[in-house]
Ligand binder design. Sequence first.
Ligand SMILES: Cc1cc2nc3c(=O)[nH]c(=O)nc-3n(C[C@H](O)[C@H](O)[C@H](O)COP(=O)(O)OP(=O)(O)OC[C@H]3O[C@@H](n4cnc5c(N)ncnc54)[C@H](O)[C@@H]3O)c2cc1C
Length: 350
Amino acid sequence: MKVIIIGGGIIGAALAQNLKLTNADVTVIDIGGGATIASFGWLNASFFLNHDHFKLRLAGLDAWRRLGVPLTWSGALCWEKKGKALEEQFQSFVKLGYHTEFIDEKSFLELEPHVCSPGQAIRFGSEGVAEPRETTQALLRGVKRLRGIEVLGITTKAGHVTGVDTVQGQILADRVIVASGTGSPSLLKSVDVKLPMQHNSGGIMRTARLPVRLSHVLVTPEGEVRQDKDGFIWTPTKVQHHKITTDKNEKKLELLADKAIIRLRKLLPTTKLIWEELISSSRPIPKDGLPVFGPAGPEGLFVAVTHSGMTLAAVIAELLCSQICDRKLSDDQANIAVSYDINRFKNKSF
Ligand SMILES: Cc1cc2nc3c(=O)[nH]c(=O)nc-3n(C[C@H](O)[C@H](O)[C@H](O)COP(=O)(O)OP(=O)(O)OC[C@H]3O[C@@H](n4cnc5c(N)ncnc54)[C@H](O)[C@@H]3O)c2cc1C
């Protein structure tokens, strides 16, 4: 079976890795750029839109552990809320059965001695980080790739996909997967499939290399912060980056980076901080905020587009791989598949 995946971001890469194990002949076509290289890389189930979304994210963390690529399971320390609101948040996670601890000042300072203590925090012990570039590269190892090539549309015959049209001509395939982030709606339009999306720009800032050591993903009122193994500190350019907010300075990248440094200084007052890199991107987010994956339109065409794609890539890839290979889904998997089917947008006007 010849499979083309349009998109070599984290979703396309995780899918390619799963399909490789089925003996499918997989080619990833990618024009470059995308959201993955601008991602913060936090793997979590503590941000969710509804209970099913929480369960999908939990399954996402488990699926990453099965995929066998190097990840960092550092845990996350969260203090976006304070006092009673933080305690209530803690209780709500305990009720969900999520791996959560309440952290007092003494424990906080033991865990993160360089960070200005918030007094109290909650710790999500099962969360971690997938370094976006490294992880994508690791997943794509051994997969055929056509890079720098734009797919113009999907080709079909008698209601079945036959391949893709590219600037260099048609490439034939039995199955085509649109994992093209914000480029997905226009590709799907070529076969009359509607995928309404939100418009949400974002970006990530990286400091110069620093000796200070942060052990956790920090989820703070000043935004999310983490340090990678090479000593670089990363933070999104927007506070609460998962929310849809617009900043009138969105296109002034240097100003955004300067503002991010000012926020970081509140957390690390004794550390000399300068920024070195800012990567700007749009977030691929379906209109209702929830993931979209599964079959779409003509026979043999599939789609996978989501926000929180770092967290969800492994589980979406597992499920989609079963659908592509016509494997029988378990009842649980079938229920998930229905919830995130693209057909939910069919009769909706946005
Ligand atoms: C600032 C920021 C912070 C984030 N932080 C987190 C986080 O901490 N945790 C988390 O879980 N998620 C996070 N996300 C979201 C996550 O990064 C994305 O959901 C995920 O990267 C999407 O991956 P993707 O493979 O679907 O899309 P992309 O990475 O965008 O990949 C799609 C690829 O398709 C290619 N493509 C598009 N159209 C075509 C075409 N016509 N022809 C050929 N190629 C094409 C593009 O070039 C691109 O490389 C963040 C996103 C941003 C922007």
